[in-house]
Ligand binder design. Structure first.
Ligand SMILES: NC(=O)c1ccc[n+]([C@@H]2O[C@H](COP(=O)([O-])OP(=O)(O)OC[C@H]3O[C@@H](n4cnc5c(N)ncnc54)[C@H](O)[C@@H]3O)[C@@H](O)[C@H]2O)c1
Length: 313
């Protein structure tokens, strides 16, 4: 490891907690800042081996006190919920834009060498072509997408202006244990309550590209080490799209549910994007990421976690 002391913002969340556990396993000293607005301390297997600060990154004075002696920041904290950003854009702005700005501003006069940022495919809006490469234009259609794009732009501007190394990782759809929301969790939760039917939000025709959380963790850690990623953005998806109906069918098969009836609401939430598939070529070329965990393995891992921690289906 080229770094020994890291700060993980949002380290109690779904993706952040997996990253923290992996860093600790690799002997890295980890400090977490998380306000627990959507994360849980119980997510962290390594809680007793890290420094945990329960605070909000939208407060500048708080952020100023957490970057001392830090080499690398993994900036994962955010409102990650698109419908919530539509309902409450101010909350989304405070965590995602102001929080990111606070962090970058604090880095200017610190020892921090690099910031690796969790961005989102939501910055693209409805794509003009598929699969989406890094050169695709950005046109967010939700406050969440706009806030993630603002975070990226500030990061690159701060690299240019103040020399802080910055990498932006635009996550498509993450999958794996500890996922607190989104489509797979929603399906499993509905099936837990009643497995005779499964209501799908929308038409089931939306296309998504699911990437396993373990693969994300590896890419975040690689980017922290590799100078080739400085000042760059990467699209984090597998290049394989699947419709939501196909996903539901796979989940039912995995659960051995043969008689569940699929129903559709016909409409989705504001800010929902119809098709998202990533082009992983740049990821392959720069970071030598040649393959991804198969969706079936990622699904069984999430289903096993759900049945152990949330409830039997
Ligand atoms: N899960 C996905 O499919 C996905 C897709 C695209 C982008 N992302 C991005 O990845 C990151 C992690 O997402 P996740 O799915 O793990 O979500 P999550 O909600 O599980 O994790 C976010 C964490 O940030 C913390 N947090 C939120 N606002 C905060 C604040 N103001 N101060 C301190 N902590 C705060 C939450 O308590 C939570 O622990 C987010 O930045 C999200 O935008 C996720």
């Amino acid at each position: 490891m080229k770094y020994s002391h890291v700060l993980v913002t949002g380290g109690a969340g779904f993706i952040g907690s997996h990253l923290v556990d992996a860093l600790v396993k690799n002997g890295v000293t980890v400090r977490v800042i998380d306000d627990l607005s959507s994360g849980f301390k119980k997510n962290l297997d390594s809680l007793d081996k890290i420094e945990f600060i329960e605070e909000d990154i939208s407060k500048l004075e708080v952020v100023q006190n957490v970057v001392s002696d830090i080499d690398i920041i993994f900036h994962i904290a955010a409102n990650a919920n698109v419908p919530l950003s539509v309902e409450n854009p101010t909350l989304d702005y405070m965590s995602n834009v102001k929080g990111t700005f606070n962090l970058l501003k604090t880095c200017v006069d610190s020892e921090v060498k690099k910031v690796v940022f969790a961005s989102s495919a939501a910055i693209f809006g409805e794509p003009k072509y598929l699969p989406i490469d890094e050169a695709h234009s950005t046109n967010p259609i939700s406050p969440y997408g706009a806030s993630k794009l603002a975070g990226e732009l500030y990061g690159f501007a701060f690299q240019e202006t103040y020399g802080i190394k910055f990498t932006s990782l635009r996550i498509f759809n993450a999958i794996g244990p500890r996922q607190p929301r989104y489509v797979i969790y929603d399906f499993l939760n509905k099936l837990k309550n009643d497995n005779s039917k499964l209501e799908i939000l929308g038409t089931g025709k939306n296309i998504r590209d699911f990437i396993y959380v373990g693969d994300l963790v590896k890419i975040f850690m690689d980017c922290a080490e590799k100078a080739i990623s400085d000042g760059k953005a990467y699209n984090l998806g597998t290049g394989v799209g699947i419709s939501i109906t196909e996903l539901a069918t796979k989940i039912l098969k995995e659960l051995n549910l043969k008689n569940t009836k699929l129903t559709y609401t016909g409409f989705s939430w504001k800010g929902d994007i119809l098709k998202l598939i990533s082009n992983p070529n740049k990821l392959n070329k720069d970071l030598n990421i040649k393959s991804f965990t198969p969706l079936s393995d990622a699904l069984s891992d999430e289903i096993e976690w759900f049945q152990q921690k949330i409830g039997k289906i």
